[in-house]
Design a protein. Structure first.
Length: 314
């Protein structure tokens, strides 16, 4: 029991550390001064390198190997994730790091509702209530209700919601009997993104040599390679109820970074909205009665979703 407790404690710290790292992603994006598509390419290229080297150093099976019959789904999902990254980066530049991340985190509840509508999955009343509560929180956080955020860019909010739609489509694509290991999915996202966005970088041109390269390289090495290895490794060893709670480290750390680095403090009404969204996400992530094995949908970094069974397959 002591060994199990230590393992779970270490896994929780790994997830928390990964969330803290992701919390600074928006700061690195803004400090790089890069356009969204170029920043996404650097994230993919350096993330691909970091994940490949990690798999080699850890003597893991090649991450590009996928279960039979999943290649087309993974390739399409990877393309949608990269597109969502570009749109999300554009939203950060128009909105704010903290608020964009908060808005983006309605995605798991959107996936829950979409799964019920598109795939006929059960939607318990408690989870439907959680989705409605999240919408209320989103309205308060963005200033649509109460006028707390009069200066909030609705274009930025709209871009965030476009990214949410893309990530929700990814979740629907990956709802299959054959699970895809999370790190393999991350590897393919980086590979597809590096290939698809390469022409854009050639046209837009390379950033001037200097600090910008350090900020952009960190998006791939630190915020993709390191953060994902920590989060997925921790998630695979924890119960759903604990991972649901630890996933709030990411948006919480983002709000703190945004406030400390750029002085962007949310208005009281917006903070109430954020709290309601956090409550709704925690409530909606709890295992519902009748879930097989107590599995519930999990929010993976930046909105991707998988089942507990799939997350532990690695």
């Amino acid at each position: 029991m002591d060994t199990l407790a230590r393992t779970e404690r270490l896994a929780a710290w790994r997830m928390a550390a990964g969330g803290l790292i992701l919390g600074s992603l928006g700061v690195f994006l803004l400090e790089s001064g890069s356009d969204p598509a170029s920043a996404a390419w650097f994230r993919c290229a350096f993330g691909l390198l970091a994940l490949t080297l990690w798999a080699w150093a850890a003597r893991r099976a090649p991450l590009w190997r996928l279960p039979a019959g999943t290649v087309w789904r993974v390739a399409l999902a990877a393309g949608l994730v990269v597109l969502s990254w570009v749109v999300f980066f554009a939203a950060i530049q128009r909105l704010s790091v903290g608020l964009a991340t908060v808005v983006f985190h309605v995605q798991p509840l959107c996936l829950m509702v979409a799964g019920a509508w598109w795939l006929g999955e059960p939607l318990p009343r408690a989870r439907l209530a959680a989705a409605l509560l999240a919408l209320l929180g989103l309205s308060l956080a963005t200033g649509l209700v109460g006028g707390a955020g009069a200066a909030v860019s609705m274009a930025g909010v709209g871009l965030c919601l476009v990214a949410v739609v893309g990530q929700t489509a990814v979740g629907l694509l990956l709802r299959a009997r054959t699970p895809v290991p999370p790190l393999a999915l991350a590897w393919w996202q980086c590979a597809v993104g590096a290939l698809a966005l390469w022409p854009w970088v050639l046209v837009a041109g390379w950033p001037a040599w200097g600090p910008a390269w350090g900020w952009l390289a960190a998006l791939g090495v630190v915020h993709t390679g390191l953060a994902y290895v920590l989060i997925y490794g921790g998630m695979a060893r924890l119960a759903t109820s604990r991972t649901a709670l630890l996933q709030f480290v990411y948006p919480g750390a983002t709000l703190v970074c945004d406030a400390l680095v750029y002085g962007r403090w949310l208005a009281p009404g917006q903070l109430v909205g954020v709290a309601l969204m956090a409550l709704a996400l925690w409530w909606g992530s709890r295992p519902a009665r009748g879930d097989a094995g107590g599995a519930a949908n999990l929010t993976l970094p930046e909105g991707r979703a998988a089942s507990t069974r799939s997350a532990r397959a690695r």
